[in-house]
Design a binder for this molecule. Structure first.
Ligand code: F0G
Length: 457
């Protein structure tokens, strides 16, 4: 059969408020043309993020009722701990309120001036936490991963030659750990191969370095390994997960992605001394080690979500529905990162509107047009999010200008996705009408969240 049905029935629904183009034009003006500042009720299809936006299952909701809210030694903690250990095999599990809290704890202990953290591509909060500690975050993505139009199975891989050269240049004593992000969110949700993960492990062993995984979308990555990497086709996703985590010394996790919950995260690791230090920071910043920054009910929902996420019928539907949107767009000539990633379709704004220069934020222009035309909210990942300035105040653009259409897990049906494709194609067919923008306000860090824009002259 070619039709992939959603592997769930819908038991509870949330109405969508419909708006028209005239109303949306006013909303855009009032919110400084920044989709982050739009009231969610005014969004028809929200593809801003796949983070914390999952629909929970009836079993997860049942877990919410069943959560044990004891301050210490909660039953829900032990269920959560067991679920994490079953998939990762890590010895110590530390709950946090979301992924960046796990990053904050880790990098406040291991970071500091003169330290370097290599990664395939750091996500923005990971980079921000490293830089906040005074250390440097360095991206060493493989070359093919930097070219949206080039097809390859594992465009999230680390460039192993560059990693070795980097360690030799900076000195292993200045590299507290090597990190890898699966899937590589900032580079298009592209997977990392098992071979590459093993390669990183080998280099870390050579220099006596620790190796951590930013594991937000580990199950999607594992499914890509199953369908694309030789030797894994008959392994279960759970076996693949266990193998890939076996090469790492630890991980940070935002449970808001592949644990199918609306809030939560954790840090899991094998080093008892480092775990003790992390727990000491946790107690000051998050909470007692058996709840971290979460309620007992949240821990139950994560434990259940971790059981559901490795279901291969779910993962097949998940990866295929993202690919389905990509296929529709490609058939109409819309440029995007190929092949499509695990959680999102990334439009290539450089090729979508080549008449808008990086200084006028082509990705922002596309995402504004998608909202205006169809009430769709997407996220710019380009010069707004990652642009830097030189000494003269001239923009240094990042290598890619992207617009991410992140698909929330188990939320939208195929007809929603068909509508999204229709709107994008309509905007693409009138792309010559798109205009650039300039910033009228920007914060010093993570400016994309609060920036305001106006039309460029
Ligand atoms: N690492 C990666 C790869 C992420 O994608 C995110 C979050 C985090 C860490 C931080 O986790 O939000 O729980 O604190 N990504 C979201 C996104 C926000 O929209 O891609 P968090």
């Amino acid at each position: 059969m070619t039709t992939i049905i959603e592997p769930f029935r819908i038991k509870s629904v949330e109405p969508i408020k419909f708006t028209n183009e005239t109303e949306r034009k006013t909303i855009l003006k009032d919110t400084g043309y920044n989709p982050f500042l739009i009231h969610a009720d005014d969004v028809m299809i929200d593809l801003l993020t796949d983070s914390g936006t999952s629909a929970m299952s009836s079993k997860q909701w049942a877990g919410i009722m069943d959560g044990d809210e004891s301050y210490a030694g909660s039953r829900s903690f032990f269920r959560f701990e067991e679920a994490v250990k079953r998939i990762t095999g890590m010895d110590f599990v530390i709950p946090t309120h979301q992924g960046r809290a796990a990053e904050k704890i880790l990098f406040s202990i291991l970071g500091g001036k003169g330290k370097f953290f290599p990664n395939n591509t750091h996500f923005d909060t990971t980079r921000a936490n490293i830089e906040y500690s005074g250390a440097e975050a360095v991206d060493l993505l493989c070359e093919v991963g930097k070219h949206p139009e080039e097809k390859a199975d594992f465009k999230g891989n680390m460039d192993l030659d560059k990693l070795r050269a980097f360690i030799l240049e900076k000195g292993p004593e200045n590299i507290p750990l090597v990190f890898i992000t699966i899937t590589n969110n900032s580079g298009g949700g592209q997977p990392v191969s098992m071979e590459n993960i093993k390669g990183v492990r080998k280099i870390c062993d050579e220099f006596g370095l620790k190796f951590f995984i930013d594991a937000c979308r580990f199950a999607e990555n594992a499914y890509f390994i199953k369908i694309r990497e030789k030797g894994y086709e008959s392994k279960s996703v759970l076996e693949i997960c266990r193998e890939l985590f076996s090469y790492a010394d630890g991980m940070t996790m935002s449970a808001k992605k592949d644990a199918l919950v609306n809030i939560g995260g954790f840090l899991a690791l094998n080093d008892d001394k480092l775990a003790m230090n992390c727990r000491n920071v946790l107690i000051v910043t998050e909470g007692f080690p058996t709840y971290g920054g979460l309620a007992g009910r949240d821990l139950e929902a994560i434990a259940q979500g971790l059981e559901e996420i490795t279901d291969e019928n779910y993962l097949h539907y998940r990866i295929r529905s993202v690919e389905y949107l990509g296929e529709k767009l490609l058939a109409a000539g819309v440029p995007l990162i190929e092949p499509t990633g695990g959680h999102a379709v990334y439009l290539d704004a450089k090729r979508f509107c080549p008449h808008i220069p990086a200084e006028e934020f082509p990705g922002q222009a596309v995402s504004i047009a998608l909202y205006e035309k169809g009430g769709i909210r997407a996220c710019e990942i380009g010069s707004v999010m990652f642009g830097k300035y030189d000494e003269k105040g001239k923009l240094i653009p990042p290598p890619m200008e992207l617009v991410r259409l992140a698909i929330p897990r188990r939320v939208y049906t195929q007809s929603h996705i068909d509508y999204v494709a229709e709107i994008i194609i309509a905007v693409f067919n009138e792309r010559h009408l798109l205009k650039g923008y300039k910033l009228s306000y920007e914060a010093p860090m993570l400016r994309h969240f609060t920036a305001r824009f106006e039309l460029a002259d």
